[in-house]
Design a protein around this ligand. Sequence first.
Ligand code: KG4
Length: 339
Amino acid sequence: MDTIILGIESSCDDTSAAVIRNGVLLSNVVAGQAVHEAYGGVVPELASRAHQQNVVPVVHEALRQAGVTKEQLSAVAFTRGPGLMGSLLVGVSFAKGLARSLGIPMIDVNHLHGHVLAHFIQEKDAPRESPRFPFLCLLVSGGNSQIVLVKAYNDMTIVGQTIDDAAGEAIDKCSKVMGLGYPGGPIIDRLARQGNPKAYTFAKPHIAAYDYSFSGLKTSFLYSLRDWLKEDPDFVEHHKEDLAASLEATVVDILMNKLRKAAKDLKIKEIAVAGGVSANNGLRNAFREHAKKYGWNIYIPPFGYTTDNAAMIAMTGYLKFQDKEFCSIDLPAYSRAIL
Ligand code: KG4
């Protein structure tokens, strides 16, 4: 019998629903929220309200595109956390209500596990190679920067993580102080392609073991920019490509140095990258260069699975379904969690 999982993701500012049948993705619908652009960041209350408006049409569309009815579903998987509590509550409550009304199991998913397990999503007519266990996953998003040791789909250990800001957060904040817009990641990525990565030098942290820190870089960027703006009020306009390229190169360098160290010490050559920042072209190129130089087998997700999406939640739900890892209806959402 087919196993058909509906996944629902609402941890931040994307409402998403996806359907997976026997591990193969049938649909993945994502509704973004333009309402936050005017504020230069996600406004939790507005995000929660937008999820309420979006969740029914998005789930409806995911089922329609997949060509399945809700009565055919085997289970409903949902992001339980971490994320914004008001946003999570919309998806969690909807998923529980739907599963209960259909009399099928509900499966709670850790959003971060979802990002890592996005590497196991299979698409119809386009088979992809998945990482072999054990592998290392560099998980980089707006809220997290971690190196994760993945021994099995349900056995993950954080080897290193940021002690302050996440990589995406640092990029977004630097973009904001330059007045470039929100979210900064894709803008910096686009500008960086036309700039010189060696034009400017910013502070790099000296942190123990495999941990990261990005707050020093953010401050260094801000102070340097202040000085340059005193000399030339149009400094950003004149140098935005070089600023973006140098910022991106610094972030990528910090990320890869620790990942390289972890891979060497743990003797692992299966290396994956996941999360919103894994869409970054500089980081993707650095992965390709490391694969050549160090013999790594690298796993870079398709762009659609880098930022928040329900395909990864449905995939994780599918894997948990095999082990009957269901949850009860009284399980609450959580905003903060370790992996
Ligand atoms: O995983 P994600 O969608 O949300 C969570 O934080 O969970 O990641 C969002 C982050 C933002 O900081 C955004 O600026 C960054 O990913 N991002 C990028 C790119 N696309 C998205 N950063 C660098 N280059 C990109 N192309």
